[in-house]
Design a protein around this ligand. Structure first.
Ligand code: NAD
Length: 295
């Protein structure tokens, strides 16, 4: 029987851990929040009193935590001193590449097999087991990582060695942040020019301006019924989360000497949206800020 220790049962982790339990794995859960622990117990998971206790008998340890500092602390203080040496260690949080590499190096020096495996897909995909995982690990460890991630996944792709999963994630989200702003700007200009937004959508979605932000996640309400723009920009992928990922991308660009001016511009615009108090709205709410329709 696979014994999974799951640490971090927030919006994403709770659904992911539940899918491990549904797959018949014995899941021991730990979160600092009492409410998250209660939810885990209701879903049939065993609760642990600490992260160290949760990992003690684990064959797989999965973390889904807010940021790099949390992951470094939990690895250093709880996982590495307490987990069995043959346990697979998988961090699914979105964190900076340097933290991911540090954690993997420390784990490997102590004889563990470790991977960074951030995800694409939001809370709905986490709950339905349809996440895409971008994995950074040694090639010879990938088959076991893949097996451990399967109950939570739609797709699992090895990006390269330690840190490569995080690199893929932040490059993808920088592209997404920029393409969403570009899509919003095009709608703003179309509106000012007196062009019907639906007509603009019909044309551009079949022309060279076509992109995911336009055709799958349209920020203008109407053309794509499932998009958060039709639900007053509630749910979906929060603007504050996009800002976090854009900051990680800019940090990585600075550290590696990459020139990413549009990534920098996207970060500044999302910072403004969050500063104006809209960090909890879906990131496509950028449209309304650029239209001048919000405070
Ligand atoms: P969240 O804030 O809902 O959950 C994080 C959980 O970690 C919380 O329940 C918190 O109590 C717990 N936690 C913090 N420190 C801890 C510690 N030391 N020990 C145990 N538990 C601890 O965040 P989330 O939305 O679930 O996101 C988690 C990660 O997934 C983030 O890195 C985020 O960037 C990434 N992500 C989120 C989404 C999304 O749509 N929400 C999508 C893709 C990736």
């Amino acid at each position: 029987m696979t014994r999974v220790a799951f640490i971090g049962l927030g919006n994403m982790g709770s659904g992911m851990a539940a899918n491990q339990a549904k797959a018949g794995h014995e899941v021991t859960a730990f979160d600092l929040s009492a409410e998250a622990m209660k939810r885990a117990a209701e879903q049939g998971m065993r609760g642990a009193a600490s992260a160290g206790e949760a990992v003690r008998d684990a064959s797989v340890v999965i973390t889904m935590l807010p940021a790099g500092q949390h992951v470094r602390d939990v690895y250093e203080q709880a996982i590495l001193p307490n987990a069995p040496k043959d346990a697979l260690l998988i961090d699914c949080s979105t964190i900076d590449v340097d933290s991911a590499r540090t954690v993997a190096r420390d784990a490997s020096m102590q004889g563990f097999r470790a991977a960074d495996a951030p995800v694409s897909g939001g809370t709905a995909a986490a709950a339905s087991g349809a996440l895409t995982f971008m994995v950074g690990c040694r090639e010879q460890d990938f088959a076991d990582m893949e097996e451990a991630l399967k109950p939570m996944a739609k797709a699992i792709i090895r990006a390269g060695d330690a840190g490569a999963g995080q690199a893929a994630k932040i490059c993808n989200n920088m592209l997404l942040g920029i393409s969403m702003i570009a899509t919003c700007e095009a709608f703003v200009l179309a509106e000012r020019l007196g062009l019907d937004p639906q007509k603009f959508f019909d044309i551009s979605s079949k022309a060279s301006g076509q992109c995911w932000s336009l055709t799958s996640y349209c920020p203008w309400p109407g053309p794509v019924p499932a998009a958060p723009s039709n639900r007053d920009y509630q749910g979906g992928f929060a603007a504050a989360m996009m800002l976090k990922d854009l900051k990680l991308a800019q940090e990585a660009a600075m550290n590696s000497g990459a020139d990413t001016p549009l990534g920098g511009g996207a970060q500044a615009l999302y910072a403004e949206l969050v500063d104006r108090g809209h960090g909890g709205r879906d990131f496509s709410f950028m449209l309304q800020m650029l239209r001048g329709a919000v405070q």
